[in-house]
Design a protein around this ligand. Sequence first.
Ligand SMILES: [Zn+2]
Ligand SMILES: [Zn+2]
Length: 225
Amino acid sequence: MLSITVVYDNYSLESELTPRWGFACFLEVEVCGASHKLLFDTGGDGATLLRNMQKLGIDVRSVEAVVISHAHGDHTGGLNAVLKENPSVTVYSPSMLPVGGSTRLVVIEEQTRLFDDIYSTGALGSFIREQALVARTELGNVVVTGCAHPGIVDILKLVKKNFGAIYLVLGGFHMPKSGISHELKKLGVMKVAPCHCTGIAASKELEAAFGANFIRCGVGARVRV
Ligand SMILES: [Zn+2]
Ligand SMILES: [Zn+2]
């Protein structure tokens, strides 16, 4: 079982949750009775992140690992607040970050298995190094992206080549050109949940093309696979 809850985004699906530019989601994976909880990105502001998590019933101290997609402030801004509450997490980042204290930082270069069925694509892109998360499920691979600076289509091509069929893509798609829905369908992507930096034009195109397989994303969105 995989569950993803969006805890930080430019958009909010519920009025009591605060929207703000940036992205973070909480993932819980259960494989063979073992459960892992991780945070993918931390949004831009620690107070907003912790408040949204609390309102969504997620205990920041239960998080075992923080995976940072890339070192931009709208994804790393809440990290210090998380570490203050939970200094014993392991942080996986594609570049060095100042974590200090008892926190373990693992700099990711190559494709890496983080937990049962949860992988990092490795650091992609030549200018802005960014990793995406891949969760293997019975329905296919679930891909979570931060800003997708290396290009959403290139990231998904790599995931398809290295992991196989893609069931769902959730996260920032970074304002892809028109025709993105065609590209994703050509790659066999079943469902999309674009948010953060995807842009209105691309989101509308994806919604029209994917219909019932378009998942509205924003703070408060929960996806179970
Ligand atoms: Zn960025
Ligand atoms: Zn971003």
